[in-house]
Ligand binder design. Sequence first.
Ligand code: ASP
Ligand code: MG
Length: 414
Amino acid sequence: MALLVLKFGGTSVGTIERIEAVADKVAGFRAAGDDIVVVLSAMSGETNRLTDLAQQIMDYPTPREMDVLLSTGEQVTIALLSMALEKRGVPARSFTGNQVQIRTCETHTKARIREIDGTRISAQLQQGNVVVVAGFQGVDEHGNITTLGRGGSDTTAVALAAALDADECQIYTDVKGVYTTDPRVVEDAKLLDSITFEEMLELASLGAKVLQIRAVEFAGKYKVPLRVLSSFEEGAGTLISLEGESKMEDPTIAGIAFQRDEAKLTVAGIPDIPGIAYQVIGPVSAAGIEVDVIVQNAAADGNNDITFTVKRSDSERAKKILDDLSPSLKAESVSLDKKIGKVSVVGVGMKSHAGIASKMFKALADENINIQIITTSEIKISIVIDEKYLELAVRALHSAFDLGDPDYERESIT
Ligand code: ASP
Ligand code: MG
């Protein structure tokens, strides 16, 4: 008998019919003899609706009252699901975050979980009840209701699974799992059976739509096996687990991630002296601008170039900072290119495989795509290219590394 934590997102509990369907699924698990803790989101659209109500009263409602308001969405779904389970003869009890002591810090609207006292849940399970817990909410040390930030129910589920030492945490959503790349860009993108936590974090640009990234970090830290799967379609979804536990079909490359919304800044002709990189990047990061890729060439004739990328929405601000700094840096020029994209090939297997980079560069050369920047880490190689060629590059790499779903064509013909 296993202990499972099952989390259902807003679309999975968006209507009464869907809540009834979730109840059927949970009842099925119970019939198989497993202990079940369910974590729910609010009905889809509800958290936005509540936020909108508050905004009709004032632009900046106090965070404490926002948390009291927003936490009601989840209280509705847990009660309704428990009723639907009772109707099926499955004993169930719903609980708010406060009732099961999901203790958080005091930072309203983006609180972090500090500890969970699992005794009440364990006692309920022992009595044979399905335990249905409101996601996204907790309680601070003064007894105030807190919420964990948008999408926070994923984190509730993982934290509960860790606290209860569950066998698996299953996140039910509206996609089948994690794919080798975005299926809207590569039509034969393949659903992955499994992926490691490290890879999932690197694929965040794709995966963020599937799972709250904070939940993945949490699961990695506490070694909670995490599975993402569809609540609407059959299938085992994608298991996110520790390296070595996963049985990937292709051990080398897990997937191709990409980012469209970046921009590239170059400070050229600055003197090659100690502290110069700090003088360039320091003020940008002090302005709260997140810097992604940074490259500096080996100096020539005592001069250096530093190039880095930021979110496109921050790029004008970063350019202004550099323009203002330019005289004191003695820079020859500062330039901004907003039309770039980043593509990364990700896989833990690449640690032990030579030749990944050369295969990657050949695939891009064959398509005549110019690489502007190359950076590497243990499990990732990223390139920056002209935005125009982003999708072409993703498709070329997806096929060069043989990531396509072999069943794709057959399914589409029949
Ligand atoms: N209901 C919250 C939201 O919409 C939390 C969640 O769904 O995970 O962000
Ligand atoms: Mg969600």
